[in-house]
Design a protein around this ligand. Structure first.
Ligand SMILES: [Zn+2]
Length: 317
């Protein structure tokens, strides 16, 4: 039987768990509410309960556990620092989960976007392509890169923080305190800010005063000039980020994911690819495939963190 691992995706609203084998077959799954307002201990209790339940359902021995978590996650120490949408400032994720389990299994932890990037390589749109960049366009903008099949972590576990890469230090104020960060143009917070900023120039817009990203997408598809301006800014900024990633990593695939990235794929991907093409060597642009995410859920990528850890400790296994 193929090796099994538990994958856990700790999201802002739900904890998603799968029992996965290395062929991609899901043997069991479970979902729990995150209820982050109850504090880290209660969330960790639920994570451990979910893992225990899947271990009980396992048809064979489980080799490890992978956990994807939002925020700044150090994969070496297993400590999460500053996970804003969970309200966590410093949580020893690996140790706290291990303390709550009755079995001693290796636990691999990483940022949820890195887990998704690895999942795209194992089971998603970039299957088998060990050099890839994954861009998660959601409320904010996250990214993960794989080089030769390995997640790029960085010296301080902060590699690929492209959401706060600024192309205009005099630009829009970001929630990080900086100005002109990419996510203030391309992600949900950016679309909302863009619609507000440009509204005075478009008195005839059909957009409501408090437009949500979904309103902006719908209005852009209906040809509304304000919404088109906002989406054009988003696409160009995404293209600038893609150009940076393509030039730095020469990836075989650039995978566009995230809730907004998928919902707006028809409006974003082609113009972003064109904006990238204008900014890189033709060979670089020609060699990268820009594709939509093909990973069904991040928990699958989280299980891949465990497979990967296993492979690194036992490369012949
Ligand atoms: Zn920022």
């Amino acid at each position: 039987m193929n090796p099994l691992a538990v994958g856990v995706d700790i999201g802002g609203t739900k904890i998603d768990l799968v029992l996965l084998d290395t062929s991609g077959t899901v043997h069991a799954e479970h979902r729990l509410p995150t209820l982050a307002a109850e504090g880290p201990a209660a969330v960790l209790d639920r994570v451990a309960d979910g893992i225990t339940r899947l271990l009980q359902d396992a048809p064979g021995p489980v080799s490890g556990i992978g956990i994807g978590c939002p925020g700044h996650v150090d994969p070496v120490s297993g400590v999460v620092r500053t996970a804003v949408n969970l309200g966590w400032t410093e949580v020893a994720l690996r140790q706290e989960v291990l303390n709550r389990l009755l079995v001693d299994l290796p636990i691999a932890c990483d940022n949820d976007v890195n887990a998704a990037a690895l999942g795209e390589y194992y089971f998603g749109a970039a299957r088998g392509l060990g050099d890839l960049v994954y861009l998660a366009v959601g409320t904010g903008l996250g990214a993960g890169a794989l080089v030769n099949g390995h997640i790029v972590v960085g010296a301080g576990a902060s590699a690929m923080e492209v959401g706060h890469l600024s192309f205009d230090p005099g630009g829009r104020l970001c929630r990080c305190g900086g100005h002109g960060c990419a996510e203030m143009y391309v992600a949900g917070v950016g679309l909302i800010a863009g619609a507000k900023e440009h509204r005075p120039d478009y008195p005839d817009t059909i957009l409501p005063a408090e437009a949500a990203p979904s309103d902006i997408l719908a209005a852009a598809r209906a040809g509304d000039a304000l919404a088109c301006t906002v989406m054009n800014e988003a696409a160009v900024t995404l293209g600038q980020i893609m150009a940076c990633c393509a030039s730095l990593f020469d990836p075989a695939a650039l995978v566009i994911g995230g809730g907004l990235g998928l919902a707006a794929a028809d409006l974003l991907i082609d113009p972003a690819q064109e904006a990238m093409r204008q900014r890189v060597l033709p060979d670089v642009a020609d060699s990268v495939r820009v594709v939509r995410s093909g990973l069904e859920r991040i928990a699958l990528g989280a299980a891949c963190l465990a497979f990967e850890a296993q492979r690194e400790t036992n490369p012949c296994g």
